[in-house]
Ligand binder design. Sequence first.
Ligand code: NAD
Ligand code: UD1
Length: 335
Amino acid sequence: MSILVTGGTGYIGSHTCVELLNAGHEIVILDNLNNSHLEAVRRIERITGKKPVFIQGDIRDTQFIQKVLIDNKSTAVIHFAGLKAVGESCEQPLKYYDYNVNGTLCLLNAMQQAGVKTLVFSSSATVYGDPEKLPIQENSPLKATNPYGRSKLIVEEMLRDLYASDPNWHIAILRYFNPVGAHKSGLIGEDPKGIPNNLMPIVAQVAGGRREKLHIWGNDYPTPDGTGVRDYIHIVDLAIGHLKALEALDSAQCTAFNLGTGQGYSVMEVIHAFEHVSNKKITYEMAPRRSGDIAECYADPHLAKEQLGWEAKHGLREMCEDMWNWQVKNPQGYQ
Ligand code: NAD
Ligand code: UD1
């Protein structure tokens, strides 16, 4: 019996594989290596001492996925595979609907045909759009503002429809806030292909000298220091959230959970924390607001605590320390 982890060589997937193996689960990693490296599989093995099965393949191949599920006697799927760059999704919306919506549809068909009805799905806080109320609760209005966000929202709706039609499904929808940091070993971490867009990888690259400076997208927001506020969550806390969600899926349901800390930090606070742990100066320049950005976003994480027995344990300092450790040990990522 094993758990199929789609996108398991990616950033969140690789950290979750470590936690699954450490907890004694058998896993099969399925990834097309579109945005990740095979080296991640070797690193997972180095950390855990266990060799995961790796299969290179695409979630859009229904028959192939069905065979993988049956051959490996899979009992559940944790579904990370997909595309995640907001800007790219505006330029190539069809590609995003193909990978994220059609890809998930193919996977669900394969699961249904193979009789595997337990799923943990990677959603995002982006489905809340610009929130009306903070902290954000799971029953807040959903309204994505870009093709990436809409692809997540469509899949969420698809999952709710599927469960309504067949209550034998066990589905956890995890809405991540802002995952950052790396495994303590410094062996796995985020290795964005191309130019990263997210704050923390850019800050780490500036500290590491791989990039000259950071542009701060707006210092005129209605926040204490004018810069954007987000709920950063340590990647290992996030990974453990998947384990807890899987363990809690013993009853039929389709439930959405926020995975965040409940604490917001501004861009300036992140910069100061990173300077402190790295002992490096982060050169930055103020720039106009980034289109589509919101002022403030942080979770109400109580539902996950009550129903999954999960809460984030790491603070901003550890997020920066572990991010810096990964950056120093892997200045060029996995290559
Ligand atoms: P990632 O790009 O590091 O990992 C995704 C993995 O999926 C990659 O290894 C990629 O090669 C693989 N993949 C993509 N398309 C595939 C396909 N058609 N078939 C098989 N494999 C495929 O991204 P991540 O940060 O680990 O994100 C994982 C999931 O979490 C994604 O669905 C993403 O949308 C979601 N998410 C991420 C964040 C974040 O900030 N990282 C926030 C919210 C939600
Ligand atoms: C972005 C995505 C969101 C996605 C999330 C996690 C956009 C509009 N939103 O969210 O859909 O779910 O990543 O992958 O892209 N910042 C700078 N300079 C930079 C980069 C970021 O000042 O070079 C600021 C941003 O304005 C924001 C904060 O840092 O205030 C965090 O940005 P980022 O890491 O990109 O995350 P989100 O904007 O929350």
